[in-house]
Design a protein around this ligand. Structure first.
Ligand SMILES: O=C1CCCN[C@@H]1CCCn1cnc2ccccc2c1=O
Length: 485
């Protein structure tokens, strides 16, 4: 039948898999960890891209495209950080029935692909800043349980790679990009995120520091890294000899950033907003914002009703609202209601003989099921208002739910208890890596260990004498902890 066989609270993993499939976002593919992204997904991806790309273009970041393939020696160049990732690198070893002389890697990320050419292109300070971004796929042959959008062996992302003459310029851009990521989540996906800095242990090992937007899934009590913006310092400049002659003729290494968001964003949105009837899409990112359905009645003039539906769609489309009509004869209104609810369309408009007679339509909100009768004359204003209200309300509800999961803990016992209650933990920490490793070791279990998610830029008051929840040493910063994806 049309309905889901799993509930969100009953079996989250199965529920999620059903929702992305029945919502026609994903089709499972014959190769494990790979998924088919159907139009319902790509429409969301494109809407996000149509926000993000113009924003980075305003920052004079240009689009490029580098090859998918990475030579072995250049990949090994950044040995210190690559070793941790080596098992995830996919290799091409043959073409046709003959082996390749030297295996070629498929890009898991493009630092090593791009930076030899950054070295070639950057000579003088007039070549700076060099700011490029590419929209592409990357491959990471992970073995931990694959999850559509959240953890897949191939995914789509944008990766920005920028080089500056000074650290100040790099530091500034890191935060400008992070703000765009916050806007993507909070203004488009209606998902609340925390901006913060990763710990030394959790940061990108090849960089200087990592900032991120962190989301949280109340149902599983897991944090999820939403997007990252790294300052690489001069580490890669040193490795790849990317330097320039400054005004004084001194040879200086560039300061670099790299930053990305991926199709993981879409999975986070599904997990946060979905319910037991399927997807619930924020209007801003839904391919169809309003679906108009005719309700035929035994001897009523169905043609007149259908005409009213088509006219309603046209009126809404003419004002920039993404509206469609489902006038299929061979499906009942009830079937259509379930179908479009499963796909998460934010607003349904029903038009039957009674509505026609009263010169009104019946609007039904997907997020909270509220039904409203709207006079035809007020249609556009009311619908625009409802869509804006749905967008804001979805964010507010998600934020309220996320905030309800936040638990401040000051002792180890409180921490362990909160972890068991699937909380997003905010705790004072001494900022010592050994302590972080110990927390990981002590909380290790079937469902994963607790880790630091980020230290929020927006730090609560840390009174003198506050002690670290884990070590009892003087606390240095408030940090979010939790299990994660
Ligand atoms: O996050 C970003 C933002 C975009 C550009 N890359 C950085 C850092 C990527 C870190 N990373 C992540 N998985 C990997 C997997 C295999 C090899 C290398 C890597 C690797 O370097």
């Amino acid at each position: 039948g049309l309905g889901l066989t799993n509930t969100k609270d009953g079996n989250f993993g199965e529920w999620y898999s059903e929702v992305v499939t029945n919502g026609e976002m994903i089709e499972y593919y014959e190769i494990s960890g790979c998924y088919i992204l159907r139009p319902w997904t790509m429409a969301i991806w494109e809407i996000m891209q149509n926000f993000f790309d113009p924003e980075i273009k305003k920052m004079n970041i240009k689009t490029c495209y580098f090859p998918l393939f990475v030579s072995n020696n250049v990949l090994q160049k950044e040995k210190d950080h690559i070793e941790g990732f080596a098992p995830e690198v996919a290799w091409v070893t043959r073409s046709g029935d003959s082996d390749l002389e030297v295996p070629i890697a498929i890009r898991p990320t493009s630092e090593t692909v791009m930076y030899p050419y950054y070295s070639k292109w950057i000579r003088g300070h007039r070549d700076l800043p060099l700011k490029l971004n590419q929209w592409c796929n990357v491959v990471r042959w992970e073995f931990s349980n694959p999850t559509p959008f959240i953890r897949s062996r191939e995914f789509l992302w944008q990766e920005g790679h920028t080089a500056f003459a000074t650290k100040e310029e790099a530091d500034t851009e890191v935060l400008e990009i992070l703000e765009l990521y916050r806007r993507l989540y909070e203004e488009y996906l209606a998902v609340p995120v925390v901006k913060g800095k990763k710990s030394e242990l959790e940061k990108f090992a090849g960089g200087l520091y990592t900032t991120s937007v962190e989301a949280f899934i109340p149902n599983t009590g897991r944090g999820v890294q939403g997007a990252t913006s790294h300052c690489l310092g001069q580490n890669f400049a040193k490795m790849f000899e990317i330097n320039f002659e400054d005004e004084k003729g001194e040879k200086t290494m560039v300061w670099q950033n790299s930053w990305a968001y991926s199709t993981r964003t879409i999975g986070v949105m599904v997990m946060v907003h979905g319910d037991d009837k399927g997807l619930v899409l924020p209007p801003k990112v839904s391919a169809v914002q309003v679906i108009v359905i005719h309700v035929p009645y035994k001897d009523a003039d169905v043609k007149e009703i259908i005409n009213a539906c088509s006219a309603t769609v046209k009126t809404l489309c003419d004002l920039g609202i993404r509206a469609e009509a489902d006038l299929r004869e061979n499906y009942s209104p009830g079937w259509k209601y379930s179908h479009w609810e499963m796909k998460g369309v934010p607003l349904r408009i029903e038009i039957g003989p009674k509505d026609l007679a009263n010169n009104q339509v019946r609007a039904v909100r997907r997020d909270n099921g509220e039904k409203v009768d709207i006079p035809m004359a007020d249609l556009v204003d009311k619908v625009k208002g409802m869509l804006d209200n749905i967008q804001q309300s979805m964010f507010d509800v998600a934020k309220q739910k996320r905030d309800a999961c936040i638990q401040v803990t000051r002792t180890w016992d409180e921490f362990v208890e909160a972890l068991g209650q699937k909380k997003l933990i905010l705790a004072p920490w001494c900022d010592e890596e050994e302590v972080e490793k110990e927390v990981k070791a002590k909380t290790k279990g079937e469902i994963g260990a607790a880790k630091t998610l980020c230290s929020p830029f927006d730090q609560p008051e840390l009174p003198e004498g506050t002690l670290c929840f884990a070590s009892g040493k003087p606390a240095k910063k408030w940090t979010y902890w939790g299990r994660s994806y």
